[in-house]
Write a protein that binds this ligand. Sequence first.
Ligand code: HPA
Length: 283
Amino acid sequence: MENIDVVKKSMEKTMEKLNQTVSFLQKKIKITPEIAITLGSGLGAFAKKIQIEVSIPFSEIPNFFAPTVIGHSGLLIVGLIEGRRVLALQGRTHFYEGHSMDEVVFPTRVLGLLGVKTLILTNSAGGCGDGMQAGDLMIIEDHLNLTGTNPLIGPNLNELGPRFPDMTEAYDKELRAKLESIFKTNGVRYQKGIYGGLSGPTYETPAEVRYLKMIGCSAVGMSTVSECIVANHMGMKVSGISCITNLAAGIASHKLSHNDVTETATKVEAAFTKALMDFVAVI
Ligand code: HPA
């Protein structure tokens, strides 16, 4: 078989799997929320504030993968928060875990097919913007896809969106303004900037961080960009928040570890959760 036929077959299989997962979840979730939130490393505490209606471990959802990363619980939760019904994914699938891009973006595509209109993507990231401190929150204004690939490579899934999706406002402008006003009101330290998405799993070298800064990144991480791409493909509005858990390599005076990431995320947990709750209330 020609390579393109193999790819076509695998795309058909993707659509089949998506439909299977969507019908499974539709049976469990009676009213689909319009807002979904993907909670990044160590940022799962928000889920505790949800009045839970449905909670399903990823391991029980067909075609979902249980997370392998510490700080990611792997739960899909639906419930009420601030009077709004939301769907939260507590944990995500990363490219560096060895999954294909199709697998990484699978849960995001499921959200779109379920009828989610607004997707809030959160992550932990290293800060390289001027004046950044560990514990800052960053409103993602735009991203640089530096993963070396794109989740839309291959025959276009016309059922999901167009061949050449526009990315002019990949992170919705109105949502960015709303988020900024909440951060101001709540008095949290925040930044605005461009998120550089790399594959990981290594943290960057100091030379890479100098390069990333030079090309315009304020924060660097190992997720989000691919999810943002498929969400835009499907016409969802996207909002992105990075928790700057550490200064990026070479800016920090010490070596980096995942423990530092989860520790800082835990420290900002309360401020992050409150801001996210206020945000959901005004979307
Ligand atoms: N680099 C990449 N990803 C990260 C970092 C970092 O410094 N911190 C948290 N996630």
